[in-house]
Design a binder for this molecule. Sequence first.
Ligand SMILES: Cc1cc2nc3c(=O)[nH]c(=O)nc-3n(C[C@H](O)[C@H](O)[C@H](O)COP(=O)(O)O)c2cc1C
Length: 322
Amino acid sequence: MVIMEPDLGVNLCGIDMANPLVTCSGTSGNGKEISRFLDLEAFGAFTAKSVTLDTRPGNPTPRIAECTGGILNAIGIQSKGIDYFIKKYLPYLRKYNVPAIISISATSAEDYAKLAEILDREEGISALEVNISCPNLKAGGSSFGADPEISGHIIKSVKDSTGVPVIAKLTPNVTDITIIAQSVEASGADAVSLINTVAGMAIDIHTRYPKLGNVTGGLSGPAIKPIAIKKVWDTYRCISIPIIGMGGVATWQDVVEFILAGATAVGIGTSLFPNPLVVFEIIENLKRFMKDNEIERLDDLRGQVVVPETMAQTCAVTVDPS
Ligand SMILES: Cc1cc2nc3c(=O)[nH]c(=O)nc-3n(C[C@H](O)[C@H](O)[C@H](O)COP(=O)(O)O)c2cc1C
């Protein structure tokens, strides 16, 4: 069979993406910052940094600590507030022919709904990503995302306040992510995004102080990829809305792995810090992989991890051997 040019396009809850790569919220600023290095249209979609209703200063410094295979961060959702975002950042994002996903963060369901209502009056927004999973906030954040009822309530409040698709961003810092995923799906979420960072801590052995001003933080980067792959695979088998898989993506092979686990789109974050141009490398190599393996569309790969019956019988998780 002669394969035509492979189609990297994916449709994520009605959003047409030219390729499956989307920026992870908070890792590429609000567009302007990363566009010094590459054209935003290199991505299939752009997710902005979580924005809050009012100004938030974020957490005390230091906010980043390097770890083996990744970084710990405790930014604490520093935000100049929604009015500033609409005036200064949204017009910039509108200039690009790339779907803009706006991430919102709040400390009550009412405030999430207010943010959704305000953003609903604006043009050029393809979806809202509801951050109920930040591990670095005293109020809200992952304490919301760890509770299925609260998660569902917030998603419903946002759904009732917007006309664009709603994506629930989930935390890995729970015993069973599928319960949260099922709750947000039942409350109207159009997609889920996972994972946010993994709660962690680092200590300076000389001063004996924690390395982060916030004491604890969230781990991201290649170290968390196996955790993220399992969460995506677990979730894929329990819900029918699409998944944006993320956590430690650094190479084209990682992207394929996330899609095989069940992701429709794939987020890239921490790996953009040392090399934003890795996006081009990933896209070129994905095309080559598809050509070499006669795969026409990425949809043909989604969820196609093979778990042989013998493995399914002995493994510690429930697998449908069919
Ligand atoms: C510096 C930094 C800031 C982040 N800020 C946000 C944020 O504002 N909202 C959010 O939902 N996730 C935030 N995240 C989490 C990422 O979006 C992503 O879920 C996580 O980093 C895993 O992907 P990665 O390993 O590719 O970075 C942040 C991560 C980092 C490293």
